[in-house]
Design a protein around this ligand. Structure first.
Ligand SMILES: NC(=O)c1ccc[n+]([C@@H]2O[C@H](COP(=O)([O-])OP(=O)(O)OC[C@H]3O[C@@H](n4cnc5c(N)ncnc54)[C@H](O)[C@@H]3O)[C@@H](O)[C@H]2O)c1
Ligand SMILES: O=C(O)[C@H](O)COP(=O)(O)O
Length: 387
C-alpha cells in the first residue's frame, strides 16, 4: 500500500487515477508522495519515507529542488497540462487591456438603479472606448508550452507575432506557427511591440528580467502582460512607468502589495490554471507520474532528476538508486552486486546536473544486506527496492 498527501486541493478526477493500492493520508510520516499546486514547501520538513513530490502544474519555484534531490526525493511537474487555460487568460488579458471593458461594466453596475441608463450609456460610452488587437505587434518572451499556444492563437486574431526564446525545445519549435517571427535579440521585442507577454520560469537568471532598463527600451503606451510569476518583473519600476504613461497597462495574475490597487494594473488572483480542464489535466498527469515512479521506478517529467524508463519490471527484483553525479558510482554498484553473486539482467544510469539515477533489474530477489551495502556507498542518497 502506498500513501500520498495532498498539500493543496487536487482535482478528484485526477486522484481517481490512483488504484486501490493507494491511500490518502494527512500524516507526513506516512507519505510516500506529496501532491502540490502552489503551496510553499521551502520550510516543510521532508521525512525519510518520502520518495516523490508531484507539482500539479508548471512552476516549481515553490519547491526546494536541491534539498529534495539531496534527500533522494524526485520532484515532478506536469508540463503543458495547464497551458491552454493560461493561453485563454492571456488572450482575455490583451482584450481587457485594449478597451476599458472593466470600467464599462463597473459603470453599468454603478448606474443600475438609474431609469435613464440606456440613454446615459450612449453618452458615456466614449470614455470606455479603446483599440482592436488585430494588426498590433505582440512580443512573446519564452516559447514553451504556454508561449507557443499564445503565439499561435494571436496569429489567428490577426496580430503580428514576434517570439524570443534562446533555449526553445525541438517540440515547441515544431508546434510553433511559421507565421511567428523568430527574434534573437530580446531588445527587438522591447523596441517594436505594442503588447509584450512573458512566459518563462522564475529562475535566478530570469528574476527581474523586465526591469527599468528593459521598460525604458519599450514603445510608449506598451501593454505588458505577466501571467508567469510576479518576481520576473521589477514591479516598482513597472508602477513608475505606468505613472509616467510609458506603459499603458500592466496585466498580471499575481496580486501583491505593489500591484493590488495600483493605477493601470489589472490583477487577477492567480487564475491562469484555475479551469476545470487544467486542474483535471494536471492532477491526472501528476498521479500518473507518481504511480510510474513508485510502482516501476521510472521517472517521467522530473525537474531535479533525469528522466529514466526501463519499462515495467520483468525480473524478480528491481533496485533503484538516487545518487550524486560523481565518478565511479556505477562501477561501485556493479562490484557490490557482483561480489554478492547477483546477476544483472538489465540496467540503466542517467545523470542530470549534480544528480544521477541508476536502476538494476536482478535475476534474484534483493536482500536487506545488499541494500545496506548500496546505501553505504558515498554519494548514494536513496535506495529503493521496487520489487
Ligand atoms: N498564471 C498561472 O496560473 C500559470 C500557469 C502555468 C504556468 N505559469 C508560469 O508560466 C511559466 C511558463 O510555463 P510553461 O508551461 O510555458 O513552461 P515551459 O517550461 O514549457 O516554457 C518555458 C520556456 O521559457 C524559456 N526560457 C527560459 N529562460 C528564458 C529566457 N531567459 N528568455 C526567454 N525564454 C526563456 C524556456 O526555454 C522554455 O521554452 C511557468 O514556469 C510558471 O511560472 C503560470
Ligand atoms: O505554475 C503553474 O502551473 C501555475 O502558476 C498554476 O498554479 P496553481 O496550480 O496554484 O493554480
Amino acid at each position: 500500500m502506498y500513501q500520498y498527501k495532498c498539500m493543496n486541493q487536487i482535482a478528484q478526477f485526477g486522484l481517481n487515477h490512483f488504484t486501490k493500492d493507494y491511500k490518502q493520508t494527512e500524516n507526513m510520516e506516512e507519505a510516500d508522495a506529496l501532491l502540490v499546486r502552489s503551496a510553499a514547501l521551502h520550510e516543510v520538513e521532508f521525512l525519510e519515507n518520502l520518495k516523490a513530490i508531484a507539482r500539479a502544474g508548471a512552476g516549481v519555484n515553490n519547491i526546494p529542488l536541491t534539498k529534495c534531490a539531496e534527500q533522494g526525493i524526485v520532484v515532478f511537474n506536469t508540463p503543458g497540462a495547464n497551458a491552454n487555460g493560461v493561453k485563454e487568460l492571456v488572450l482575455a488579458g490583451m482584450l481587457l487591456a485594449a478597451r476599458d471593458i472593466i470600467g464599462g461594466v463597473n459603470w453599468v453596475q454603478s448606474e443600475r438603479m438609474n431609469e435613464d441608463i440606456s440613454k446615459l450609456a450612449e453618452k458615456q460610452k466614449k470614455q470606455f472606448a479603446g483599440h482592436e488587437i488585430q494588426g498590433k505587434k505582440l512580443g512573446i518572451i519564452g516559447l514553451g508550452a504556454i508561449g507557443v499556444q499564445v503565439a499561435n492563437a494571436a496569429t489567428h486574431l490577426g496580430m503580428e507575432v514576434l517570439g524570443y526564446d534562446p533555449y526553445i525545445s525541438v517540440e515547441a519549435a515544431w508546434n510553433l506557427s511559421r507565421n511567428i517571427r523568430h527574434i534573437t535579440n530580446v531588445d527587438d521585442i522591447y523596441k517594436e511591440c505594442d503588447y509584450i507577454t512573458i512566459h518563462v520560469p522564475l529562475l535566478d537568471s530570469t528574476k527581474g528580467m523586465i526591469n527599468a532598463e528593459a521598460i525604458e527600451k519599450m514603445k510608449d503606451g506598451v501593454v505588458v502582460l505577466n501571467y508567469a510569476r510576479d518576481l520576473l518583473v521589477d514591479e516598482k519600476a513597472m508602477v513608475d512607468a505606468l505613472k509616467k504613461g510609458k506603459v499603458a497597462r500592466y496585466m498580471t495574475d499575481f496580486p501583491n502589495p505593489v500591484t493590488a490597487g495600483a493605477k493601470g494594473v489589472i490583477v487577477t488572483p492567480h487564475l491562469g490554471a484555475s479551469t476545470e480542464e487544467a486542474e483535471e489535466n494536471c492532477a491526472r498527469m501528476a498521479v500518473k507520474e507518481v504511480r510510474c515512479y513508485l510502482e516501476h521506478g521510472n521517472i517521467q517529467h522530473s525537474v531535479n532528476y533525469p528522466d529514466c524508463d526501463m519499462g515495467i519490471p520483468s525480473y524478480p527484483a528491481r533496485v533503484a538508486i538516487c545518487h550524486r553525479n560523481v565518478k565511479n558510482m556505477l562501477s561501485q554498484f556493479t562490484t557490490i552486486l557482483g561480489e554478492a553473486n547477483y546477476n544483472i539482467g538489465n540496467m540503466t544510469n542517467k545523470s542530470r546536473g549534480d544528480y544521477a539515477y541508476s536502476m538494476f533489474d536482478l535475476e534474484s530477489a534483493a536482500s536487506p544486506e545488499l541494500i545496506q551495502k548500496l546505501e553505504a556507498v558515498e554519494g548514494v542518497l536513496k535506495v529503493r527496492v521496487i520489487c
